[in-house]
Design a protein around this ligand. Structure first.
Ligand SMILES: *Cc1c(COP(=O)(O)O)cnc(C)c1O
Length: 391
């Protein structure tokens, strides 16, 4: 039975953690993450480069990624929540960890215990933080100013008023003033220059305080946007930062799932829920053990989902070096691919969902989304294998 199920003894070996036998496997190249981060550092010129490791390091795993980037020299880290900061601390022992969502009543012990730096986003957070300073004395913080994103941040007017406030306590000493670009992925968008001009006003008012504006795409906008610290996230993980540009980053993740069964089906028969895909020819259909619960988004289904009205092509996989189209609706745990044109296809084979042969940008586009969402959706059922930078 084993021989029939697994293509060869070589492929069938069970390694210590069962990776070779996993139904879903993700190979994450830490060397690529390191190389990409170093490239963003090079592109950042004189500015320092932070490591953005929110959302479990964009789904790639906070521990191995943080260890890799810390070893590569990162000493400034950004996370979204205090919980993420606490999780990160052991892997970035003496680094500055900025918490983008800021500090709320009840979270002070986490910030103090793990020495997290709150990003102050609003007048409410500022008032609460000032109260803490009065009670506990000096503590670092970052100030986030909204220059055009209409998301988190003090307004430029609020920030300028704060800079000029004579009643500002001496213990209030922000270590960073930051803002976030809304359209950096579209280099000629006029909002970029408007945000830059507003941010300059604010940084001038906070003379002597370090400043940070650029995410991955912002780094590509050039030195005017770099200030003292850049914050590239997606580029570190091999994603597309600038719309339409060639992506020079090294791919980081290969996501694969096994064929569990191959079905012969006749022309005219339908595949999957809703019978939305009707076969035009006699076909061999591979049933693969990955679905939308694993981050293989249902919106990428070849048929039977609203997106197919707007985008012609659904998702694909790669099997034995050939692109195979996904067929019918993607389900929670299973996805069907048409492997009629891959005669050697058999149960036990792995289909690449994205990786070196199918970029995350292409895979994301087929599901109507972006690299960021594809990476951060990579499900818990994937067995993750890390390739060390030295390998
Ligand atoms: C996520 C995030 C980044 C990183 O953005 P990328 O586009 O992934 O490079 C930088 N700054 C802030 C405030 C963020 O939320």
């Amino acid at each position: 039975m084993t021989d029939a199920f697994f293509p060869s003894d070589d492929d069938a070996g069970f390694d210590e953690d069962g990776f070779d036998a996993a139904c879903l496997r993700a190979t994450i190249d830490l060397g690529a993450i390191k190389a990409n981060w170093l490239e963003m550092q090079r592109l950042s010129g004189r500015a320092r480069t932070a490591a953005v490791v929110k959302a479990n390091a964009y789904g790639m795993g906070i521990e191995p990624v943080a260890e890799t980037l810390y070893a590569a020299g990162a000493r400034d880290f950004f996370v979204a929540t205090a919980q993420e900061g606490a999780e990160l601390r052991p892997f970035a022992p003496d680094a500055r960890i900025f918490v983008l969502s800021g500090l709320w009543p009840g979270l002070e012990p986490v910030f103090f215990d793990y020495e997290l730096v709150p990003v102050i986003n609003s007048e409410e957070q500022l008032a609460f933080f000032m109260g803490l300073l009065a009670e506990h004395g000096e503590y670092p913080c970052a100030l986030h100013v909204d220059t055009g994103m209409t998301r988190l941040g003090l307004s430029p007017e609020e920030a300028l008023a704060l800079a000029d406030d004579p009643a500002r306590p001496a213990s209030f000493s922000p270590v960073l003033v930051m803002s976030h670009l809304a359209c950096a992925d579209t280099p000629d968008h006029p909002l970029n220059a408007r945000q830059l001009a507003l941010f300059r006003q604010v940084t001038e008012a906070f003379d002597g305080v370090e400043a940070s504006l650029a995410n991955s795409a912002g780094v590509h906008l050039g030195p005017d946007y770099h200030f003292d610290l850049t914050r590239p996230g997606i580029a570190t993980y091999g994603g597309q930062a600038v719309n339409g540009a060639t992506n020079a980053m090294v791919p980081v993740v290969t996501a694969e799932a096994r064929i569990l069964q191959i079905r012969a089906a006749k022309a005219g028969e339908s595949v999957s829920y809703g019978a939305a895909a009707v076969l035009a020819r006699d076909s061999r259909i591979a049933i693969v053990g990955a679905g939308y619960a694993d981050g293989f988004h249902r919106s990428g289904s070849s048929a039977g989902v609203p997106l197919r009205g707007a985008l012609e092509q659904g998702a694909h996989g790669v099997l034995h070096g050939r692109r195979v189209p996904q067929i019918g609706r993607i389900t929670m745990d299973l996805t069907m691919f048409d492997v009629t044109d891959v005669p050697g296809a058999r149960a036990g084979d792995y289909v690449e969902l994205f990786g070196p042969n199918l970029s995350i940008t292409q895979a994301a586009a087929a599901a109507g989304t972006i690299d960021y969402e594809l990476l951060t959706s990579l499900g818990h059922r994937f067995d993750r294998l890390y390739l060390d930078p030295e390998d």
